[in-house]
Write a protein that binds this ligand. Structure first.
Ligand code: GLP
Length: 259
């Protein structure tokens, strides 16, 4: 895994947005895997700024990682609404080419299979953007998720529901289930870009990069991916044993020329 440690969170978001913009520039018809959560908001803000400066997303197809079961797309706390507010409504991306699982599907299990099939029919994902949960989840693949799993329904942990309750009103309950791409679905992406900032992610980040590959930390499956990049700020990188080495290989998150 390529580990890029940036000076602060702002620099990490800049770097991540730059890598996504490079992918879009290189391939106007790229298939992007998108993510939600607090970490992604400043990254999407930066992409919107780049869009206003000329970056077009009009040919881009997108597949989000996950959606809460029970929430219709129009629900303000659905991930579809999040994506509209953060990116879709603020750029020229074609809404018909944006995909999220339908949280209100009559049969979420069938919806999960349909979603997996749509990703396959789109030719797979070129670049998958990822955050990480404090317990090491990616998408909504909670600890002990099969590392070969495909898109399916998962029960959320209490910890994840508590962490995500900040996006819900005081009298709203966080859904108990989600449809999420599986770990195997994520590993099929041709590139993975995981972004983590803040010291509350430090333990999960260390387990992901330097721990054993284990279903207890689903993000550790990225160690098996041939083209995975972790973009971190210093606090998120603070529990890494080999931090000096990563900084030596990529000073300030840069690519070093090999002579
Ligand atoms: C949710 C999402 C994940 C995301 C995680 C961390 O659970 N399903 O994709 O990585 O939150 O979010 P945050 O960036 O808010 O810490």
């Amino acid at each position: 895994m390529k580990v890029l440690i940036l000076e602060d969170a702002g620099a990490a978001y800049d770097r991540a947005a730059g890598l996504i913009a490079d992918e879009i520039t290189a391939n106007h018809r790229a298939v992007l895997g998108l993510a939600t959560g607090g970490t992604m908001l400043p990254i999407y803000e930066r992409l919107v700024i780049r869009h206003r400066a000329g970056l077009s997303l009009s040919g881009i197809t997108s597949f989000n990682l996950d959606e809460y079961v029970g929430l219709a797309p129009e629900h303000p706390q659905s991930y579809r609404s999040y994506m509209r507010r953060a990116l879709f409504d603020l750029t020229d991306i074609d809404p018909a080419l944006t995909h999220l699982p339908r949280g209100d599907a009559a049969n979420p299990m069938v919806e999960a299979e349909r979603y997996e099939d749509r990703i396959r029919r789109a030719g797979g994902i070129d670049l998958q953007l990822l955050g990480i949960g404090r317990n090491g989840h990616i998408g909504f693949n909670e600890p002990t998720s099969s590392l070969g799993s495909r898109t399916r329904v998962k029960t959320l942990t209490r910890q994840t529901r508590e962490a995500n309750s900040r996006f819900f009103g005081p009298d709203e309950t966080v859904p108990a289930f989600a449809i999420t791409m599986g770990v195997g679905t994520i590993l099929d992406a041709r590139q993975c870009l995981l972004v983590a900032t803040g010291d509350d992610k430090a333990r999960a980040v260390a387990a992901m990069i330097e721990g054993p590959v284990s279903a207890v930390c689903p993000a550790s499956a990225l160690q098996m991916h041939p083209k995975a990049v972790a973009v971190l700020d210093r606090p998120a990188a603070s529990a890494l044993q080999l931090g000096d080495y990563y900084r030596h290989v990529h000073p300030d998150g840069s690519e070093r020329e090999i002579r």
